[in-house]
Design a protein around this ligand. Sequence first.
Ligand code: ZN
Length: 433
Amino acid sequence: MDKINRELLHFISASPSPYHAVEQIRLRLEGEGYTELLESEPWKLTLPGKYYVRRNGSSIIALDLPEGELPGFMIMAGHSDSPSFKIKETAPVQSAGMYTQLNVEKYGGMLCSTWLDRPLSAAGRVAVREKGRIVTKLVNIDRDLLLIPNVAIHMDRGANEGKSYNPNVDMLPVLGSAELQRGFDALAAEAAGVEEKDLLSKDLCLYPRTPGTVWGAEEEFVSSPRLDDLQCVFACLEGLLAAKRGESGAVLAVFDNEEVGSGTKQGADSSFLEDVLCRVCEALGKSPAEYRAALANSFMVSADNAHAVHPNHPEFADRNDRPKINGGIVIKYNANQRYTTDSVSAAVFGEICKAAGVPVQRFTNRADMPGGSTLGNISSAHVSIDTVDIGLPQLAMHSAYETAGVKDTEYLIRAAAEFYARSFRRTAEGIEI
Ligand code: ZN
């Protein structure tokens, strides 16, 4: 396995929850000389400077600010969350007189069947009492802990003819026997390094334990949980860190809660990005008019994985726009603006990819299929700047084990490094990049 795919799979396996993904990004940024800015305090910035801001521990914005007038921002955005099952606050339930299971709810729209018959565990964060304060701790119960068993074919003869899954009945994982000596909260407290009596509340989700792998006759494919969207997040982060500093501010925004519509205080439908960009401009002494001019000279790449043509079901793809695994970055278009791409933003991003020597391909939904949505248009409603929606081609989106190409991550790293070194300037004559 090459270095990039090894590092990608390491990043994903160390990020079993959005809180862990943000912690991985934070550690990487700290290692590269970035300093944290707290939203709860006034900011003093020095230029050039590298900073990051976290919100809720599950969203993060990194800023590499150059010396000089700061004409605008070059922004890449992705999401830290993936579909999963949230473990309810009062989780343990007894079943069939012989098992302890965990009560769960769906988080996002997953392919339910893929979560069955594979080892799972729980990760996220807990709120605990510590020295008279409320603090949060990351939790990863780092072992094979849970499993949701299928019903045998002999008892469910229709299982292969289109099965529906009731999350309240079919998706509860088994934790152990009915006679457990220690409950789930004791395990969570132990993983957090605290006493159970200090545990106040939990944000924990299931995650698949199956490690990522590179496979195929010529090792063409990489499969792992959470490729959507941690593959793009990883590539944008590496691109940011590899980029030559340009004239504009380089920004990486990783938002939580994309899978449930982004409408949270830390989601793309919040004030987070707007607050950060506005406060940067204020701290640098820019007037409100100069802030708005900086936004007009900014550009955003919304990076979230795209659907490759499926080997068994090529008919689900458009007749012309047919993304191929290892075929390069996918630019996504949608007439109803579920994707933000328009001719201008596609041209800007296409030119940057060309300069980086990175192939691009196009995605549109079949005209009779609505398709998905992402965070580009949601973020654009708050920070209204030119935006392109892109992604890396993948199969089995929202499966517990997704598949992508071994070459595409590097393409996005290279494109991101080229993007961050550029500026986007709108003049009376046209756009300069
Ligand atoms: Zn996504």
